[in-house]
Design a binder for this molecule. Structure first.
Ligand code: SF4
Length: 505
């Protein structure tokens, strides 16, 4: 049974690196640019929509998390006040970002950590690679981190001969399959357990040969595999959910305990964190540690919350490096209309309620940030022309569930307006056809007789409809049918129906 999204046609120069291992077992391969890969959204979405198994898997998974989230959020009487508080703290952080970052740097340094500043992905990757090389090791363990996915750290380390082992179970599955994550929180949401067993058997050298697809067995096989890695690793790499400016404390929340192993066992810990992940004071964590687990996994509390402040002699990693990553964030910060995308705490609630995400899955977005948050964050981080602002019905469900009240629909509308303005200055073929069609329509509608004759044309399309819909039209009609079906035109126009009715009177 196959559940993978399939590999859509690639944009020239945008697909997986030619050196990357080919996507096997359904993987899409590791792209050169983690923020911009694969086919355009309409093409990738079309391919995904044809995969019924994928839609079933996504529907089941998102429905389950959605229901759990709604139940536990409903238990909190001051949930709306918590959302307001989360949003206000994030707005304050963005308003004082330079000052708070300097405070964080001062406090991390005072407690024995080393802070590094990285303007972009290349700089961050170089800093991490140099730190790992200095420890004379060729393998590091990693706890799931969106920031390191965003900069393609694993691939950059591989080029230096360093293997980065993902220790989050779903991330491990994605990594072994040479695939890309398709959900922020459940990266292997597009895989079923039979596939996972196949991936383990083919790619995990120490997997038991008689492994079945029973979830417990799969988890035990991964656990045994990872334990050996934890015990031998000299260096660990993590992300951070939060960094407290006035104490220099970093926090990681997770549910498998792999994070805690990474954060405590190796001698050296390197944390890569987007500069927006700050909170001003330790008390602010109280708000986010309530908002995050309920919004993401529908749990009252996440099982593991690890916090560390610099280094402690004789306890845990004896060397701690914090890499503060910009990679387009200051550009987003400068944008008054879009900056609240930086409030995001990566809970993934917006993905689980999005009717578009539920049907097409994460790979269609061509970025490590899928779903509604990806549709506003990716185009802003890359600054490139993008289809993603259109990957939404604007139903508003994402705003309703966002724990930090990011008004995603309004930002989508703003980004669409910018795309239209850009297209207006350099119209593409689609725009030219659209304008020509509008001109023809206005000519037909300007005269009653012309309109009557024109209204008969769509009826001819009934000949090619199947089960009430037309799935494919030749150009220029294909500009419509490539992303949506066309309903079968009615047998009779309204004018003819009216005339008939009048005659009968
Ligand atoms: S935009 Fe809001 S709902 Fe979506 S992942 Fe970020 S914090 Fe969660």
């Amino acid at each position: 049974m196959s559940t993978f999204l399939g590999m859509p046609a690639m944009r020239a120069g945008r697909g997986p690196s030619p050196d990357a291992a080919p996507g096997t077992l359904g993987g899409v391969g590791r792209p050169e640019d983690p923020l911009h890969w694969g086919a355009t959204f309409p093409d990738a979405a079309k391919a995904a929509l044809e995969n019924e198994q994928l839609r079933r898997n996504l529907g089941n998974a998102t429905r389950t998390i959605r229901t759990k989230r709604a139940r536990v959020v409903g238990e909190v009487p001051d949930w709306e006040a918590l959302r307001d508080a989360g949003s206000a703290i994030k707005a304050d952080v963005l308003a004082r970002l330079p000052e708070l970052l300097e405070t964080l740097e001062r406090n991390v340094t005072a407690r024995g950590g080393v802070v590094h500043w990285a303007r972009d992905a290349a700089e961050a990757n170089r800093i991490v690679a140099d730190l790992v090389r200095a420890k004379e090791t060729d393998e590091v363990v990693k706890v799931k981190s969106m920031a390191t996915q965003e900069i393609g750290l694993n691939e950059a380390l591989a080029e230096e001969g360093i293997a980065a082992v993902e220790t989050d179970l779903a991330e491990l599955i994605v990594q072994l399959a040479d695939d890309m994550p398709s959900h922020i929180l459940v990266p292997a949401i597009h895989r079923n357990r039979t596939e996972i067993r196949d991936i383990f058997l083919e790619r995990m050298a120490d997997a038991p040969p008689d492994l079945t697809d029973v979830p417990r067995e799969l988890a035990m096989a991964a656990r045994a595999h990872l334990r050996r890695k934890f015990l031998s690793a000299k260096v660990a790499i993590s992300g951070a959910n939060f960094a407290v400016a006035d104490t220099g404390t970093l926090a990681v929340v997770e549910s498998e305990g792999n994070g805690r192993m990474c954060l405590t066992l190796p001698e050296t810990l390197i944390t890569v964190m987007g500069i927006e992940k700050l909170v001003p004071t330790f008390d602010d964590l109280e708000v986010f540690l309530q908002l995050l687990p309920r919004s993401s996994t529908g749990e009252r509390m996440n099982p593991y919350t690890s916090m560390w402040t610099g280094v402690t002699p004789g306890d845990g990693p004896q060397e701690f490096h914090l890499v503060l990553l910009d990679n387009g964030r200051t550009k987003v910060l400068a944008d008054e209309a879009g900056r609240s995308a930086l409030h995001c705490i990566r809970c993934s609630a917006c993905l689980n309620v999005c009717p578009v995400y539920e049907r097409v899955g994460g790979h269609a977005y061509g970025s490590v940030y899928p779903g509604p948050i990806g549709a506003i964050l990716t185009p802003q981080l890359t600054g490139e022309k993008s289809d993603l602002p259109y990957a939404s019905t604007l139903c508003g469900a994402c705003y309703e569930v966002c724990p930090v009240k990011i008004d995603i629909p309004s930002i989508l509308v703003e980004l669409r307006a910018r795309e239209v303005a850009l297209a207006g200055s350099a119209p593409d073929a689609g725009d030219r056809v659209w304008k020509a069609a509008m001109k023809a329509a206005s000519f037909a509608m300007a005269d009653g007789d012309r309109f009557r004759r024109a209204a008969r044309v769509p009826r001819a399309l009934r000949a090619i409809s199947r089960h009430g819909v037309i799935k494919r039209l030749p150009f220029p009609g294909s500009l419509w049918t490539r992303s949506r079906d066309l309903p079968e035109p009615p047998k009779q126009t309204f004018r003819d129906w009216w005339a008939e009715r009048e005659d009968e009177r």
